[in-house]
Every structure is written in structure tokens, then in C-alpha cells.
Design a protein around this ligand. Structure first.
Ligand SMILES: Nc1ncnc2c1ncn2[C@@H]1O[C@H](COP(=O)(O)OP(=O)(O)OP(=O)(O)O)[C@@H](O)[C@H]1O
Length: 426
């Protein structure tokens, strides 16, 4: 009806042979609408091109992939986590913990340890970042051979975000797989609360406590020899580097290499633990939290710049210092908050009297300001392997002063509660 009326008006006002008049009458449909559509299209195209070029430019400005740990391409996690209790993106409909556990545990079924296999008595050894850490006994099927395990629990009450993050951590261990120098996941209890990560028990605890104990006049205790030689320092260091190489192969880095994060067995097998930041690198491609003691951090970390495995290499140099001084706090004369200014003036630690020139030159290579100048974990390991051949295997490292943990914590810039020392038992 409407079209007919327009047509009639056209015929009245224009003769049929007057094409210009007809076009003028239909200018709304013929000229204005298409022009309007074309303009919108061009604007949209312009915006898309601008966004694309802006993205290209920011990518070019980012440091090269050698410096940043890229997000691994294949991962089983379907979420992002921000540490226990942090903000987590929840792309899930199920938000009640029970529903959530029901939906996710099939992925972890292979790892599930029946709770009946665990002893009822749990001995709490410390508080970890997600909750209490216990020692327990696990039934292996042979009653005469119960196995000691470590249970890392998720603290309660826990909301869906914390649960999700915790399960992410379990899957991260699963993704890492086995390595002799990384603390090993044995299984998990995740079908209901409380949630546990079941870890192998590295009975002798952390390296820092071990080093402090070596200062005492104890020869052996619980089958472990509390004597350390230069050769053994290299031996432990080499194992830590093997663990770092393993992480690097997976495009990860540890983020908190320090004696307090290395577990030690009686045969001096070293196992890197404290993988919370490596998990952050895995989920986000970078470390976002900065709660790590400053004195172990490379300049790029202190400057909040993107960091990678070479930042671990810096911390490895501090670890060598820790070992050769039997657990002295780094930069004892520098307040923890002044460490960046100290390094910016191109200061590094002096050679400790117990440290050979060979070992000090390895340390110095770790403390080069620019990441590119530092060796890779593999290059470092080769240097350590060469040094082991001529290292002193007789002289026992000795430091007469005993450590007062509270004093140590203040000088090292660490919260004393975060030191999980087995040291006071002596
Ligand atoms: N498998 C283990 N065997 C023996 N002791 C352990 C084990 N795992 C952890 N511990 C003890 O618990 C302390 C804290 O461990 P860890 O740093 O792994 O926990 P965390 O605080 O939860 O760290 P992260 O969040 O970085 O994983 C260690 O220093 C050690 O004393």
C-alpha cells in the first residue's frame, strides 16, 4: 500500500521519461541509505585496522621470548588462578564447592588416593601458602611397610575460587610429571573436603635448616651427615640446575630459588619445592605476586620487569652463597628495602672467606646485571660439573656463629613464620 502511494505521487509529480526526477524522488533509498551503510562500513574497517596495528605495535615493544616465559600452548587447565584466595576467573556455571568437585574430580581420578589409606593422625609440620602441611602415614597394601607422606591441605573454609586454584595446583604437578630433583606428587584426595595433595616425604626437610645444623658440632643425626664440603656444594647446586633445566624445557621458571625452597635427603639428593610461583607462570605466563624476599631477586624482578629463567640463575648465585656460608643471610650489611639501590650502584656480594675463587667466579656470572650476560642453567651446570672434578672433598665448611632465626629473618628480609626450620629441635 505504502509503495503504491509513493508510486502514484511520483507519477503525478514526474513524467515517466524524466529519470532524474524519479531518482530525486527515490533519493532516500538510492543514495542516502547506501551512502550511510558504506560510511559505517568504512568506519568499522578503520577501527578494526587501528586495533590490529596497535596490537602489532605492542607485541613488537615486548621483550623477546627468551626473556619472558611464554604460556605453554598445551595445558589441561580450563581456568586461570591467582594463588590460593586470589581473584580467579570462573568460567563455570557450578559455583557450589560440592558441585564443582563433582565436575572436576574425574580429571584427577587417576591420582585419587582413598582416604582410608591415610593414617588418621596427622602431624602438622608447618603452614604452607594454601593451608596446613602435615606428615602422615600411607598404607601401601603391605601392613609392614607403611609409607610416610606429606599432605598439603587446602585451609578451610574454602570457597570455589580457592578450591579451583588448589585443584589447578594438583593438575600442575601432574603436568610437570616426574623429575628426580623436583618434589614429587604421589596423589591427591579431591573428591570431597578437606582437599589434600599427597607428596613424597623428603624427611630431612629444607636445605636452610640443614645448613644451619651443619654449623653445630653434630656429625651425624638420623643417618644424615651434617658436614658439607665444597664438592658437596657443587653436587647440590648441580641438582638444582637440573630441576631448573627441566622447568625451562617446559617454558617455565621457578621464581623463588633459595635454600629454604630446597628439600634434602640423607644422600644429599636435592629436590626443589615451593612451586607456587612456577604455577603462576604456568597459568598466567608471568609472576604477578611479589611477596618473595627481595634479597634473592634479580634486578629485573625488583624493577617489576618481565622475568624468566635468567632471574632464577641470579637467585641460584645467592643459593651458592647461602651454601658456602652455611646459611648466612645475603647482603648482611644492606637493609632488605635498600637492595635495589644497592644493586643499581652495581654492588654485588664480596667473596666469602670460605668460597674458592672458582666458585666466586661462577656466582659473579649469575649476578650480571643484564639477563643476556648470565649463563643458562645448562651452561652453569656444565661449569659446575667441570669445577666438581677439582673441588675440595676433604675440608668441611665451618662457621662458628650459630644462627638466631629471628635475627636471620630480620637481616634476610623474611617473615620469621615463613621459615619452616627444623632447627630448634637440637
Ligand atoms: N615433600 C615434602 N617433604 C618434606 N617437607 C616438605 C615437603 N613439602 C613441603 N615440606 C615442608 O613444608 C615447607 C613448605 O613447603 P612448600 O614451600 O612446598 O609449600 P608452600 O608454602 O605451599 O609453597 P608453594 O605455594 O610455593 O607451593 C617446606 O619448606 C618444607 O619444610
Amino acid at each position: 500500500m505504502g509503495d503504491e502511494r509513493v508510486m502514484t505521487r511520483m507519477l503525478l509529480e514526474c513524467s515517466l521519461s524524466d529519470k532524474l526526477c524519479v531518482i530525486q524522488e527515490k533519493q532516500y533509498e538510492v543514495i542516502i541509505v547506501p551512502t550511510f551503510l558504506v560510511t559505517i562500513f568504512l568506519i568499522l574497517l578503520g577501527v578494526i585496522l587501528w586495533l590490529f596495528m596497535r596490537e602489532q605495535r605492542t607485541q613488537q615493544q615486548r621483550p623477546g621470548p627468551r626473556d619472558i616465559a611464554p604460556v605453554p600452548p598445551s595445558r589441561d587447565l580450563s581456568w586461570e588462578a591467582a594463588g590460593c584466595g586470589g581473584n580467579v576467573a570462573l568460567p563455570l556455571k557450578e559455583t557450589s564447592v560440592e558441585n564443582f568437585l563433582g565436575a572436576t574430580t574425574p580429571a584427577l581420578a587417576k591420582l585419587e588416593v582413598p582416604r582410608e589409606q591415610l593414617s588418621e593422625v596427622l602431624e602438622q609440620i608447618c603452614n604452607g601458602s594454601c593451608g596446613p602441611i602435615f606428615r602422615a602415614s600411607m598404607n601401601t597394601g603391605d601392613p609392614s611397610k607403611p609409607k610416610s607422606v606429606i599432605l598439603k591441605a587446602l585451609k578451610e573454609p574454602a570457597g570455589p575460587h580457592e578450591v579451583q586454584d588448589f585443584l589447578g595446583r594438583v593438575q600442575f604437578h601432574q603436568y610437570l610429571g616426574k623429575h628426580n630433583n623436583l618434589v614429587q606428587l604421589e596423589g591427591c584426595c579431591t573428591e570431597k573436603l578437606p582437599l589434600y595433595m599427597v607428596m613424597e616425604d623428603v624427611v630431612h626437610g629444607d636445605l636452610l635448616s640443614f645448613l644451619w645444623t651443619c654449623r653445630r658440632d653434630v656429625m651425624t643425626m638420623d643417618g644424615i651427615l651434617y658436614d658439607l664440603t665444597e664438592k658437596q656444594v657443587y653436587h647440590i647446586g648441580k641438582q638444582v640446575l637440573l630441576a631448573l633445566e627441566f622447568l625451562q624445557d617446559k617454558h617455565l621458571f621457578h621464581g623463588d630459588v633459595a635454600a629454604r625452597n630446597i628439600l634434602i635427603q640423607s644422600d644429599l639428593t636435592a629436590k626443589l619445592c615451593g612451586l607456587g610461583l612456577a604455577y603462576e607462570v604456568y597459568t598466567r605466563g608471568a609472576i604477578s605476586s611479589q611477596t618473595i624476599p627481595l634479597k634473592w631477586l634479580a634486578p629485573e624482578r625488583l624493577l617489576l620487569r618481565p622475568a624468566g629463567i635468567k632471574a632464577d640463575v641470579w637467585s641460584f648465585g645467592i643459593l651458592l652463597y647461602e651454601m658456602v656460608t652455611l646459611g648466612a643471610p645475603p647482603y648482611p650489611e644492606v637493609p632488605p628495602t635498600s637492595i635495589l639501590q644497592h644493586l643499581q650502584r652495581r654492588n654485588i656480594m664480596k667473596r666469602p672467606s670460605s668460597c674458592t675463587h672458582t666458585m666466586y667466579s661462577i656466582m659473579k656470572s649469575c649476578w650480571r646485571w643484564h639477563e643476556a650476560g648470565r649463563p643458562s642453567p645448562r651452561e652453569l651446570r656444565l661449569r659446575l660439573e667441570a669445577a666438581i672434578r677439582t673441588a675440595d672433598d676433604k675440608t668441611v665448611l665451618q662457621v662458628p656463629e650459630l644462627v638466631v632465626p629471628e635475627l636471620y629473618a630480620a637481616v634476610a628480609g623474611i617473615r620469621v613464620e615463613s621459615l619452616f626450620y627444623n632447627y630448634s629441635i637440637l
